[in-house]
Design a protein around this ligand. Structure first.
Ligand code: GPV
Length: 820
């Protein structure tokens, strides 16, 4: 690893041994002889961190010296998972560390398991942010990630009698060796209060925001190590604190306890991640969280601009790009306006131009229930000045560009307004984001097309050049090199190691599909992972599964649009057929689910219960005779995903067409040689283009067919009556057979029938079931299956987040790659 040659001496086994033992002795005060496994994990991480911090400082110094433009990625979620192994492999010291530890009688692979997941995100959006951080460092792009230092990440899921129960996730109860407090960069944030208008000596009005409440933001930095690169960027997470002399009046009046109670309230702001995935909740604390981290981050960016350069404000966008990860940080737009107009006294129009040049926005969903709007009255109470600014932006927009383009057209103004007027005023954060930025992107080709045609048609008409597609990707380091080192080594042996940094090279693996000895090795690696996963399943679920069965995997958040219930109906149908016909032939299958439901999402929880109820019947029914197992792995998250994905044979990507913006699990699974059964939705469309129709199983209605079906009038009962298989399966599931209570899954059945089946499960069922029969046939022809699997791995090069991030850098941020 050439890039690290300058610190080669630090990376020898002896040097690592010394560092680890020094940290054990001097940082942790432990005896080497009696140190706990956790002590060893912490000491090892600190030894790695020392080496990484050195490079973080160098990167920062270099970025500052060259005065480069930086991207600031604003995201309310980062699903980082564990850091130790990733950092070791990315910085090329995994082997040396493994040897160092083993010479001291310790096993690195068991130490890495001690690390709790850093689960500060819900699902795809948060994991995408984590993959992007990896790619930004790997591609030597100057970047800072900003987010919230949640004390509690996404809840830990447990099943009690098959039902989901949530527990707090105290991921940093024991501290974390990766994060470093930066008290000198603390920021103050104002909230609530009211505004007053004042006039300067020339009679010009300006606004002051007064009688606010104050919060402090303490930054924690986490170094982000790139693979084979010199750049170490940081992820900066803000923790909310009460003002030092918080409520000193109450203190002085002797209400010491009362004052401390208020202090505790201030600190709730960064206490916990909201567990809703792709659904907005509209709660005041959520708005406060959003503003808190945005205000801290922008103040930090502005501080760097003011202290680092002596440039006019017009140059601000040439130094700072700010990416909004969905609308969650969109309050950054009025916040920058407030800073420029109220504090820096810029003219409105100049401030607005700076704003639009600075920001860009990624949309991650078309689902109407996920589009954020804020009740204007609530917004005004929390951020009175920001609401005024939003009204002013809106007024100038509607009277300016909109009136010029569609004179006198009230309908167009209603459609484009930042304020929704029906049923009480609401601020539309998506409209604010499109208007306040120079670029809006979707996350897969189909999604971007629908964004332009259906979600923002008027904006697209007005500003067609602002819209672009940037198809998602995943980091091949974590999602192949770290989670599947055996396959990574086989690939490197076959085509060299260049593919880890230049994913287009992966295609060189394609020709090995015809090499039977390669196929055997590829298959043996898959089987090894299945044996390992089988053991995990035995330990966590108490069910034994055969590694020779097909591992059919659906891992993602539980959501009706993702249609775990479509999968379940098909399982119930197979179960029924097996019982009806003891000689029913099928390749043995293990259906594996992993999914958390938002705690308040009643129907999703009912579906979880149904899957568990079916599992407990199927897994204990002797008539099934090994053909079918159903496993629901509890507490799905990044680390367990790293065990499931390398072991998967089949990847379920079965959302209703037009609903999944992209999906990223689909990419990780195909990369690890799982075949996809999927709809023409999200990035599946592009996966099909890459692997070819002969290497994927596509079923179901297309976006256009869905539209036609609704235009004709959709009635799920038609499908119920037309398919005996479907009818018998639904009725059986809703009977008392699975739980002893025939009302248990009534919500589930009602949603599919009397409540109109909003995600077209009934309409797609037959197509899905017959596609699954094709899958069964293909699996029984193992040489064919393995060829298909290798083609999948070889043809995933497009879906590296390095490619995605270079497209952002070129087409949105105008960022150069920095060489050392
Ligand atoms: I909006 N996504 C998510 O995980 N949480 C959200 O709040 C929203 C979107 C997801 C989409 O559902 C996926 O299709 C997509 O792959 C992912 O964001 C990353 O773009």
């Amino acid at each position: 690893m050439e890039a690290l040659a300058n610190c080669a001496v630090l990376n020898t086994t002896d040097s690592l041994k010394l560092s680890i033992t020094n940290h054990l002795r001097f940082t942790l005060g432990a005896y080497i002889e009696t140190a706990s496994e956790n002590d060893w994990y912490v000491a090892t991480s600190l030894a790695v961190r020392d080496r990484v911090m050195e490079r973080a400082t160098q990167s920062r110094r270099q970025h500052r010296a060259q005065g480069v433009r930086r991207v600031h990625y604003l995201s309310l979620e980062y699903l980082m998972g564990r850091l130790l192994e990733n950092n070791l492999r990315n910085s090329g010291i995994y082997e040396a560390t493994k040897v160092a530890l083993s010479e001291m009688g310790k096993d690195l692979d068991s130490l890495v398991q001690k690390e709790p997941d850093m689960g500060l995100g819900n699902g795809g959006l948060g994991r995408l942010a984590a993959c992007f951080m990896d790619s930004l460092s790997t591609m030597d792009l100057p970047a800072i990630g900003y987010g919230i230092h949640y004390e509690f990440g996404l809840f830990r899921q447990e099943f009690v009698n098959g039902k989901q129960v949530e527990h707090p996730d105290a991921w940093m109860r024991d501290g974390s060796p990766w994060k470093i407090a930066r008290p000198s960069y603390r920021q103050t944030v104002h909230l609530y209060g009211h505004t007053i208008q004042k006039f300067d000596e020339f009679g010009r009005p300006h606004h002051e925001w007064v009688e606010t409440k104050c919060l402090l933001g303490l930054p924690w930095d986490i170094p982000i190590v790139g693979y084979d690169s010199n750049t170490v960027n940081v992820l900066r997470l803000w923790q909310a604190q009460a003002d030092e002399d918080f409520n000193f009046k109450v203190f002085n009046e002797g209400s010491y306890i009362e004052a401390l109670r208020e202090k505790a309230i201030a600190e709730t702001v960064s206490k916990v991640l909201y567990p809703n995935d792709a659904t907005e909740s509209g709660k005041e604390l959520r708005l406060v969280q959003q503003y808190f981290f945005v205000a801290c981050s922008l103040a930090d960016i502005v501080r760097r601009f003011k202290t680092g350069y002596d440039l006019p404000w017009s140059e601000f966008p040439s130094k700072a790009a700010v990416q909004l990860n969905d609308t969650h940080p969109a309050v950054a737009i009025p916040e920058l306006m407030r800073i420029l107009v109220d504090e820096e006294k810029l003219e409105w129009s100049q401030a607005w131009e700076i704003c639009q040049k600075t920001f860009s926005y990624t949309n991650h969903t078309l689902l109407p229930e996920a589009l954020e709007t804020w009740n204007a009255a609530l917004f005004e109470r929390v951020l009175p000045r920001h609401l005024q600014i939003i009204f002013e932006i809106n007024k100038r927009f509607l009277e300016g560009d909109v009136e010029a383009r569609w004179p006198g057209d009230g309908e167009k103004k209603r459609a484009l307004s930042l304020i929704e007027e029906t049923g009480g005023k609401k601020v539309r954060m998506a409209h604010l984001s499109v208007l306040g930025s120079h670029a809006t992107n979707g996350v897969a080709a189909l999604h971007t097309r629908l964004l332009c045609e259906r979600l923002f048609p008027e904006f697209f008409e007005l500003y067609p050049d602002r819209f672009l597609n940037l198809t998602n990707g995943v980091t091949f380091r974590r999602w192949l090199d770290v989670c599947n080192p055996q396959l990574s080594a086989l690939i490197t042996e076959s085509i060299g190691s260049g593919w880890l940094k230049d994913s287009t090279k992966l295609i060189q693996l394609d020709r090995f599909a015809d090499d039977s000895s390669f196929r055997e090795r590829f298959h043996a690696i898959k089987r090894g992972h299945k044996v390992h996963l089988a053991k995990i399943i035995q330990d966590t679920c108490g069910v034994s599964v055969s590694p020779d069965a097909m591992f059919d995997v659906q891992i993602k958040r539980l959501h009706e649009y993702k249609r775990q219930h479509l999968n379940l109906l098909h399982i119930v149908s197979l179960y029924r057929k097996i019982i009806a016909n003891p000689n029913f032939e099928m390749a043995p299958r293990v259906f594996i689910f992993g999914a958390k439901a938002a705690p308040g999402y009643y129907l999703a929880k009912n579906i979880i219960h149904a899957i568990n109820a079916v599992a407990s019947k199927v897994n204990h029914d002797p008539r099934v005779n090994g053909r079918l197992k159903v496993i629901y792995i509890p507490n799905y998250g990044v680390s367990i995903a790293e065990r499931i994905i390398p072991a998967a044979d089949l990847s379920e990507q079965i959302s209703t067409a037009g609903k999944e913006a992209s999906g990223t699990g689909n990419m990780k699974l195909a990369l690890n040689g799982a075949l996809t059964i999927g709809t023409l939705d999200g990035a599946n469309v592009e996966i099909l283009e890459e692997v070819g129709p002969e290497n994927i199983f596509i079923f179901g209605l297309t976006v256009e067919e869905v539209t036609e079906l609704y235009a004709k009038g959709y009635n799920p009962w038609d499908f119920y009556h037309a398919s005996e298989d479907l009818r018998l399966s639904i009725d059986w599931l809703a009977s008392d057979y699975f739980t002893g209570n025939q009302d248990e899954f009534k919500p589930f059945r009602d949603s599919l029938l009397s409540h109109g089946d909003p995600f077209l499960v009934m309409a797609d069922y037959e197509s899905y079931a017959s596609c699954q029969a094709e899958v069964d046939k293909a699996y029984r022809d193992q040489p064919r299956w393995q060829k298909m699997a290798i083609h999948n791995t070889a043809r995933m090069g497009k879906f590296s987040s390095d490619r995605t991030i270079l497209e952002y850098a070129k087409n949105v941020w105008n960022l150069p790659q920095i060489g050392v």
